[in-house]
Design a protein. Structure first.
Length: 191
DNA sequence: GCTAGGCAGGAACCCCTCCTCCCCT
């Protein structure tokens, strides 16, 4: 089974009014979380990147102004994904709605894809104890963030891939059976 | 120097509805 750990950076929280500005992903085979094929692109937004987003992500407007527009980036990402199962942290509530809404906004047909929210791994391992945000997960697993830029999609997927690998291993020795429920998401349909 | 949208999960309660809080940028 192939998995695609991915992360989005956006101009804000609302899928209906904000734009995706960066997509990054690492495609891995279950059990081989440290080596994978990478995807990364900036995405040209329809409005200026707010200063607080630049402060948070390190992504400035000039970096995305000449980037591919959303439809091109969404199709490229979907082609890269292929038949992989997608994984994102809090993706059920954030990344997946953003991808779906972006496709809708640009009139792109979508296709269903298997999807797992990595927060489910954390809930299953640690239940109600503490938080399940990426920072809490990283801290509990003792992952090093040295040399990794948090809130840059490339850095976050790197950390998330390591985190999912560790959590999976702690939940089951079986690298083939996903220990949490696999749901459904949507990506742009590819011709 | 700062904001915002909405789901999942839990509580209370009897099967839905409401509420609160998390978590993403």
């Amino acid at each position: 089974m192939t998995y695609l750990i991915f992360d989005l950076e956006t101009t804000g929280l609302s899928p209906s009014s904000e734009d995706i500005i960066q997509i990054a992903g690492i495609k891995v085979r279950a059990g081989q979380w440290h080596q994978g094929e990478r995807f990364e692109t900036f995405v040209r937004p329809t409005k200026r990147v707010p200063s607080f987003i630049t402060g948070l992500t390190g992504i400035a407007h000039h970096q995305v102004a000449g980037a591919p527009e959303a439809p091109e980036a969404l199709r490229a990402f979907s082609e890269f994904a292929g038949d992989a199962t997608l994984i994102a942290h809090n993706g059920q509530r954030f990344d997946m709605p953003f991808l779906r809404q972006s496709c809708l906004r640009y009139g792109l047909p979508v296709r269903p894809v298997p999807f797992v929210d990595s927060m489910a791994f954390s809930r299953k391992l640690w239940g109600g104890r503490g938080g399940h945000g990426l920072d809490a997960v990283i801290s509990r697993l003792g992952l090093s963030v040295e040399g990794i830029r948090r809130h840059d999609a490339r850095g976050d997927v790197e950390l998330l891939a390591q985190a999912v690998g560790k959590m999976w291993h702690q939940l089951t020795p079986d690298v083939l059976a996903c220990p949490v429920t696999v749901g459904e998401g949507a990506l742009a349909a590819v011709a």
